[in-house]
Write a new protein. Structure first.
Ligand code: PLP
Length: 366
């Protein structure tokens, strides 16, 4: 419902569940009869303290987070967390291993180089591929191994958890958190900006194993210091209170809708429908990503025979707007289209997209 609803395939900030936005709208001016908005209330008030506690508890429940992990909410986005990971964890040996598989892991490695030694586990691969694990080389001195579970720009997703032989594994799940059941025990730290699958921009979720706290670099600013933030229960300074409040409502929505298990099932179904449409288009649509690492969240594709036709792609986008389909344009560094299929995007949304794709093909490829 809601007269302003469009089919939103944006990569982030992304579509939020309509029910959540309606709930937010309903209490926007008067939160729990306090006569003011949650935005206007102290982050030390009982009301916000409850939201902070509930949201942490929800992350634990939804992801089955073991007791020896802390759940933190910080600011600074995914990019802030790139620096935070380095400054909190590099102290042990001064060196870290990075798996660079696309734009975001490349940026994370670049950021970490400011604070220590960064080694690549494999030479940067061709776009749309992840080198076979048997070819990787780890540095035995690495403080941690870092990777990006889903490369939002490139459309590359790991279908497995890298094996790091007891070296702490750090994962950027900014575009895949709560879209797949994972075994948190396998990770040292998980970082995730909220603005794709679990909430609005402004808050970043950090899940960190206890034993990795306590040894930040002395230059680490307190707002990125996991140890400090953990001690202060994520109210070390003024948090992004409104973002955390909305995120907490998205967590409730995920719970009501079958939890992460159901999000995973839907993600598989939605992405399969789109990839099948691309693959069965006799070459009119083209996805450059190897099958085994195709993202369930971000599907890049070209429009027009011979791997894309820029004029047809402009037309595709233009016609899409007539069908109320928004934000399908690919990332500026990749071109073509990108359809993002985060948790709030429904199977019906994707069915409408593939219906449009088939019609467009029929019209243009005749
Ligand atoms: N990591 C991933 C996988 C992303 O998709 C993004 C943003 O799109 C980032 C990190 C950077 O996040 P932010 O823009 O919040 O700094």
């Amino acid at each position: 419902g809601g007269s302003n609803s469009v089919l939103n395939f944006g990569a982030g900030p992304a579509k939020l569940p309509r029910e959540v936005l309606l709930e937010v709208q309903g209490e926007l001016l008067n939160y729990q009869n306090m006569g003011m908005s949650i935005m206007e209330m102290s982050h030390r008030s009982p009301e916000y303290s409850k939201i902070n506690a509930d949201a942490q508890k929800a992350v634990r429940e939804l992801m089955n987070v073991p007791d020896n992990y802390r759940v933190l909410f910080i600011q600074g986005g995914g990019t802030g967390a790139f620096a935070a990971v380095a400054m909190n964890l590099l102290n042990r040996t001064g060196s870290a291993d990075y798996l660079v598989t696309g734009t975001w892991s490349r940026k994370a490695a670049k950021e970490a180089r400011k604070y220590g030694n960064v080694k690549l586990v494999f030479p940067e691969p061709e776009l749309g591929t992840i080198p076979d694990q048997s070819t990787w080389t780890f540095d035995p001195e690495a403080s941690y191994v870092y990777y990006c579970a889903n490369e939002t720009v490139d459309g590359v997703e790991f279908g497995f958890i890298p094996e790091t032989h007891d070296v702490p594994l750090i994962a950027d799940m900014s575009s895949s958190i709560m879209t797949k059941e994972i075994d948190v025990k396998k990770f040292g730290v998980i970082i995730a900006g909220a603005q794709k699958n679990i909430g609005p921009a402004g808050v970043t979720v950090i899940i960190v194993r206890d034993d990795l706290l306590g040894n930040p670099m002395t230059i680490c600013p307190s707002i990125l210091d996991f140890t400090h933030i953990s001690k202060e229960n994520s109210v070390h300074n003024t948090p992004a209170t409104f973002s955390v409040y909305v995120m907490n409502k998205v967590f409730d929505w995920i719970k009501r809708n079958g939890g992460v298990k159901e999000m995973e099932k839907q993600a598989n179904e939605k992405s399969k429908l789109l990839y099948d449409t691309i693959d069965n288009s006799d070459g009119f649509y083209y996805c450059p990503i190897s099958e085994e690492c195709r993202s369930r969240m971000n599907v890049p594709f070209r429009v027009g025979f011979n791997k894309g036709n820029v004029a047809l792609e402009a037309e595709f986008l233009d016609h899409a707007l007539k069908y109320n389909m928004h934000q399908l344009k690919g990332h500026r560094s990749v071109g073509g289209m990108r359809a993002s299929l985060y948790n709030a995007v429904t199977l019906e949304d994707v069915q409408a997209l593939v219906k449009y794709m088939k019609e467009f093909q029929k019209e243009k490829a005749a």
